[in-house]
Write a protein that binds this ligand. Sequence first.
Ligand SMILES: Cc1cc2nc3c(=O)[nH]c(=O)nc-3n(C[C@H](O)[C@H](O)[C@H](O)COP(=O)(O)OP(=O)(O)OC[C@H]3O[C@@H](n4cnc5c(N)ncnc54)[C@H](O)[C@@H]3O)c2cc1C
Length: 384
Amino acid sequence: MAESERTADIVIIGGGIMGLCLAYYLTQQGSLKISLLEKGLLAQASTGLSVGGIRQQFSHPSNIRLSQMTLELFSHFEEAFGRTLEFHKVGYLFLVEQEQTWKFFLENVRTQLELGVPVEVLSPHEIRERWPFLNTEGLQGGTFCAEDGYADPYSVAMAFAEAARSLGVSIQENTRVLEVRTGSGRVQGIRTSKGDVAAPIVINTAGAWAAELAATAEIRLPVKPYRRQVYVTRRFDDLPKPLPLIIDQDSLSYFRGEGEGILMGQTDPDEPPSFHTHVDRGFLEHLIEAVARRAPVLAQAEILRGWGGLYAVTPDENPIIGRLGELDGFYGAVGFSGHGFQHGPAVGRLLSELILSGDANFDLGPFTHSRFARPAGAGEKCTV
Ligand SMILES: Cc1cc2nc3c(=O)[nH]c(=O)nc-3n(C[C@H](O)[C@H](O)[C@H](O)COP(=O)(O)OP(=O)(O)OC[C@H]3O[C@@H](n4cnc5c(N)ncnc54)[C@H](O)[C@@H]3O)c2cc1C
């Protein structure tokens, strides 16, 4: 590591969407010496493996607001980064079978409408009229927001990386942070595989590895890694395009268009936490059965490829944003529980404001680390 890189005003650990957005927004607020360290290559972990969904249909009002903020930032993407954002505004359609879940969805819709989300409640008949390929048997109904959709997470993250670099952020790949160094009740810097960096502010954006990293500073983060598998079919013409991102809330499976094929995934609620990312055949069979139950033509689809990535999950499925523990100068944006791509730009901006001015102008109360010391509050209940 060059001598000039051995000190920084702010060190960011992790070059996924969180770290990169944060680096960029920190540069917007003054000239600071910022170093971002990534153990592998930028945006190759959860960010690059994500399916890029952006939705306003959350249960927790703060998550709805974060999505709205990202959509607002995305509407200025081209002027900010000089490249086009390929946002596929295909809409998200949730299908619900269980009566209890449906009641809960209708409550969510009330919150969403209050916050200005153009969400529609659809009967099974209305769903069939719009998407005749869907089997609506047993459904209570569905909710649809035409403003939701998906974008390519890798190119979004790289736009932030390029802009941050051009604004002076030092970005070092293949540099693993081994320890967050502390002393006198505050962070002192970090120890990396390439040498030490002294810094008064250290930010943990290490995704699924966030808890390991915080443990080096003796701070316990309730963030666990869980594998999520995704598959893409060969060219498939038997479903109309554009296709919304369709989520069957009861089986926690989803599918949407991807190029000429169909992308599909599912959450296995029995999967234990681990850092495994391999794909497995048994899971795939279960997934095809689940998606074909709602879209029977998908039983004919031929799988082209699949991959696994990690969700970083907290006990209430809301992220931790802000100070970590009691250590001065130690911050984080971690535990995004499967919705960190879409919240990355908003969180990058809010956390940069919190760190530099002490006020994010947004109620980050539901996302504090200290909430886990109190009885559980209402977390995010609309996750896949
Ligand atoms: C299959 C799948 C589908 C998903 N779909 C969606 C979706 O539709 N919409 C959505 O919003 N979100 C989705 N997500 C979640 C989303 O990808 C994550 O929430 C988001 O990418 C988290 O970003 P991050 O920057 O926190 O983590 P990451 O992208 O994982 O970045 C963290 C980085 O930190 C680095 N790092 C870790 N430890 C160290 C260390 N000690 N030293 C240096 N570097 C370190 C890692 O190498 C990594 O690059 C999905 C995730 C998966 C796996």
